[in-house]
Design a protein around this ligand. Structure first.
Ligand code: MG
Length: 240
């Protein structure tokens, strides 16, 4: 799974360096596939065709939370928050991660949202240790987000991951500490806070996929696949 995770990380780093104003979200998809196919053999993007999803990356801008479909008519602008979610299957094992990047400089609100969302992911990972409970992770994320005046999306959650990209357990970004399953050696999960500036409610657009904030507020998304082990917790989708 670390091999799969490294591949995901390298594609996302490539996108982080190359997403810029003026390109379309379909250009981002093509950049991801070109990089993937230019550097690796036999890698299957995990999302292409998943429940009918028509692309290899999800790209979601500003008030779009997750699951945006790459489009040749959707152009990225200066100051946009661009969230990209990408996963692969390599040798039968999956990796899944997401980043949010601001194109150039964002508004103070956008800059804070992106920073707090990434911090919340790491607050969650810090609690993902053998002997803790699952919702200790959820609670850490929720506390960090809410203490900064934002809200966590409830309609989508993180997930177990392994041979399939989505496995049990569900990993919510909210919950009561000390509850949920006991975290054991060998558990692999994807933790993925989705954070809104306004309230936590969502709407799905007519394309059947794109989730947006119901109040039109900005949203950000970060995700890592991690392994909880007796030797410590490893971020499998961390760049080398
Ligand atoms: Mg995921």
């Amino acid at each position: 799974m670390r091999h799969s995770g490294l591949i995901v990380a390298s594609v996302l780093e490539h996108l982080r360096e190359n997403i810029k104003a003026g390109i379309s979200t379909l250009d981002v998809e093509e950049m991801a596939l070109q990089y993937l196919n230019g550097h690796y053999d036999d890698i299957k993007p995990a999302f292409l065709g998943y429940m009918g999803f028509p692309a290899s990356i999800c790209v979601s801008i500003n008030d779009e939370i997750v699951h945006g479909i790459p489009s040749k008519t959707r152009f990225i602008k200066k100051g946009d928050i661009v969230s990209v979610d990408f996963g692969v299957v390599y040798n039968g094992y999956c990796g899944d991660a997401a980043i949010s990047v601001i194109v150039g400089k964002g508004s103070p609100e956008a800059e804070k949202l992106v920073r707090v969302t990434e911090e919340a992911l790491h607050e969650g990972i810090r609690m993902a240790t053998v002997g803790n409970r699952l919702y200790d992770v959820s609670h850490a994320i929720q506390s960090h987000v809410e203490s900064n005046g934002f809200s966590v999306v409830r309609d989508f959650v993180g997930h177990g991951i392994g041979r399939s990209v989505h496995e049990s357990p569900q990993v919510p970004n909210y919950g009561s500490p000390g509850s949920g399953i006991l975290l054991k050696d060998g558990l692999t999960i994807a933790i993925e806070p989705m954070v809104n500036c306004g309230n936590h409610k969502i709407k799905i657009l007519k394309d059947g996929w794109t989730a947006v904030t119901s109040d039109g507020s900005l949203s950000a998304h970060f995700e890592h696949t991690i392994a909880v082990t007796n030797k410590g917790t490893f971020i499998l989708t961390e760049p080398r």
